[in-house]
Design a binder for this molecule. Structure first.
Ligand SMILES: [Fe+2]
Length: 224
């Protein structure tokens, strides 16, 4: 992705979060130079990959297949005494797909916090082959069990949420307007805990056609 496109998507996200009065931590609004001067204080933020995160999943078309996220809190899988939880806030646009994936470790609640309808398609993974199956399964929607057939679509209106256990494939997009989407989960590790059905890139390669407006989590490595 071009850095100029990433910059404009983050500017839009700051406005969008503002419309919903969703405020981010102070360091969300830092310029890149501030990160360089405050390395000692930000080790935990960088290690647990908190902050801006944006991907087109290698599609080359962010609006067809992509996601903008901000990780607010997180632990680490190899730190058993650390935080066992994570939280994200995301923006999902109309018909903008986050493609089929499951998590080996993470259990997550996906929450429609406002806007349009969040549509989530579900499919149980085979534990050995890790492919889609035709098995029925049950999911929890706001604490209530629902029986689903393979490939079932669940629609979440604002205020509704779903609990996704490990090995349950999911893909999602918005309909009827951009959605403000929350995620509350076990520890999140986007380097090792995403099993995409297709082989996909989780972090974008970036063409630096202008200076960064905000740093992405994938930019932290170049700081230290
Ligand atoms: Fe997921």
């Amino acid at each position: 992705m071009k850095r100029s496109q990433i910059n404009s998507l983050i500017r839009h996200a700051e406005e969008f979060f503002g419309e919903y009065r969703w405020r981010l931590p102070q360091w969300a609004y830092w310029e890149p130079a501030t990160w360089k001067s405050r390395l000692d204080e930000t080790a935990e933020i960088r290690t647990t990959m908190l902050g801006w995160d944006l991907t087109d999943f290698g599609s080359g078309d962010f609006f067809r297949r992509g996601l903008l996220l901000f990780t607010v809190r997180n632990g680490m899988l190899d730190r058993p005494d650390g935080k066992p939880y994570a939280e994200k806030i995301m923006i999902v646009r109309d018909n903008q797909e986050t493609p089929w994936h499951f998590h080996w470790s993470k259990m997550e609640d996906i929450i429609n916090r406002g806007g349009g309808t969040l549509v989530i398609e579900l499919n149980q993974a085979d534990r050995e082959t890790e492919q889609l199956t035709d098995q029925p399964f049950q999911v929890e929607i706001d604490g209530m069990l629902r029986s689903c057939r393979a490939g079932e679509r669940v629609e979440l209106a604002p205020g509704e949420s779903i609990t996704l256990p490990p090995y349950l494939y999911h893909r999602f997009w918005a309909e009827g307007g951009t959605c403000l989407v929350g995620e509350v989960s076990k520890v999140n590790d986007d380097n090792t805990d995403n099993r995409f059905l297709e082989e996909l890139g989780r972090f974008p390669s970036i063409e630096e056609d202008e200076a960064p407006y905000r740093l992405l989590v994938s930019d932290y490595g170049a700081l230290a």
